[in-house]
Design a protein around this ligand. Structure first.
Ligand code: ATP
Length: 432
């Protein structure tokens, strides 16, 4: 049976990955809260992404920009005039759509009438005012992408880190978009997190770097265990390119609702640095000591939504199986991504004190582990399968004498007896 969006939404809530935001007040559309296992899993994704861009064989510098930016910045970046989606309303049932999501030659899919408003352009940025005094406030926007904070800090980063072109600036942080129709759970949210690297290089090298980054990003997805058969690289047609882009390739994943963008790799040329140089009146070009001339670096950007990737990993990992006549749901997450790496299970409550040193040993070695001594062993296995815990260590009555536990592999269900002294090594091998 193939996984549905409803399966994922329900598992996320049941097992404490993701909750609807402010649910007791009816929720806020397109906004979600993250539970314990969601937090841990996101931390793993962030950490691996950060390493993947830093270890790409080049220099990459990290930064964190502010969430609010002045109107002047967003005017210069083109977002005030261009960051729009086309919107249309059904005059009959008042349902609102993104005009490019529906066929307006056909009736409304909600009420069956064909009575549309004109298509209007809707700016996706959240606008706010800074300052308390009336008439003395200034306009600001919550950032709709993390990238601009990188461009406006380009010279600060360049001079304070003593880097040379080519180099990258990477950032993980929140972005906000007032999406017309947030949908598909974490796929299209109004508040989400992006992981972006902007690679600054000489214009002559930008095409080469664009190709190299496409390859490197594929390795990242392989490393976190995503099924590469469900990933494809789709170059944008000319008329599809964003206002800043010379060339873009989307990395798409085959979701149950079709092939959709997971990550965008864009050749932004010198669009952003030139715009900010002009509008801020600050020269952001670089002086090339060899040719004794100034040039504006070109930028290759890799941008992926953390929440969208989180959702993708859940879709990829979700399996239903029948084991010994019983149905089980199992998240076959790569051990590197799994929120918790192992759980220690005393067979019965009586063995709790005896089993505790196994847990302590693993925790002291720095592994994120759980301990659970309540309920039948079968029920406990099912619970940790659903959370994606790669291995269960069961401590039984024999363990007291033979100093061994049974390691049960989440995916193969194979059980092997291993010495308690070697559980740390066992985990290290699993995480290699
Ligand atoms: P889409 O076409 O799906 O709206 P986009 O082309 O506008 O995406 P980008 O501006 O390229 O997206 O953003 C980079 C990445 O940020 C996307 O590939 C996606 O992973 C993530 N992202 C963008 N918008 C959202 C959103 N509303 N909710 C969750 N993730 C998002």
């Amino acid at each position: 049976m193939s996984v549905t969006l409803e399966n994922i939404v329900s598992l996320c809530k049941r097992r404490g990955f993701i909750y609807p935001s402010a649910e007791i007040y009816g929720g806020l559309n397109g906004v979600y809260d993250t539970g314990h296992f969601g937090v841990l899993m996101k931390e793993n994704i962030r950490a691996i992404w950060k390493k993947s861009v830093a270890l790409a064989g080049y220099q990459t510098i990290y930064m964190e920009g502010s969430l609010l930016g002045p109107e002047t910045l967003w005017q210069a970046s083109g977002h005030v005039s261009n960051f729009h989606d086309p919107m249309i309303d059904c005059l009959h049932c008042k349902k609102r759509y993104r005009a490019d999501d529906i066929n307006i030659e056909k009736p409304c899919i909600h009420c069956g009438n064909k009575h549309w408003t004109d298509v209007r352009q809707f700016n996706l940025m959240f606008k706010t005012e800074l300052g308390a005094a009336q008439g003395n406030t200034s306009l600001a926007y919550l950032r709709p992408e993390t990238a601009q904070a990188i461009f406006v800090n380009f010279k600060n980063v360049y001079s304070s880190n003593r880097v040379k072109i080519p180099f990258g600036i990477a950032q993980v942080g929140k972005a906000f978009r007032n999406e017309i129709t947030p949908k598909q759970f974490l796929f299209r949210m109004r508040e989400f997190e992006q992981m972006e690297v902007e690679w600054f290089c000489h214009p002559n090298e930008s095409i080469d770097f664009f190709e190299q980054w496409c390859q490197k990003r594929k390795l990242f997805y392989e490393y976190i265990g995503l099924n590469l058969n469900k990933i494809r690289f789709r170059p944008h047609a000319k008329d599809e390119l964003s206002h800043y882009s010379k060339q873009t390739t989307d990395i798409e994943y085959e979701f149950p609702f079709g092939w959709k963008e997971l990550e965008g790799i864009a050749h932004r040329g010198d669009f952003d640095l030139t715009q900010h140089s002009k509008n801020a009146g600050k020269d952001l070009s670089i002086f090339d000591e060899e040719t004794k001339s100034a040039f504006m670096p070109h930028v290759v950007e890799c941008s992926v939504g953390l929440d969208r990737l989180f959702l993708t990993l859940l879709f990829d990992a979700y399996h239903t199986e029948t084991v010994e006549g019983e149905d089980r749901i199992v998240l076959k997450l790569h051990p590197r991504i799994a929120p918790v790496k192992a759980v220690v299970l005393p067979l019965v409550k009586k063995l709790t004190d005896n089993a505790m040193p196994v847990f302590n040993q693993l925790e002291q070695k720095g592994f994120h582990v759980l301990f659970d001594d309540s309920g039948s062993i079968g029920k406990r296995y099912r619970r940790y399968d659903e959370i994606g815990v790669p291995v269960c260590f069961t401590f039984d009555f024999n363990s007291i004498d033979d100093h061994c536990v049974t390691a049960r592999n989440r995916d193969t269900l194979q059980q092997e007896r291993i010495s308690i002294n070697s559980v740390g090594e066992y985990m290290l091998k699993l995480l290699l």
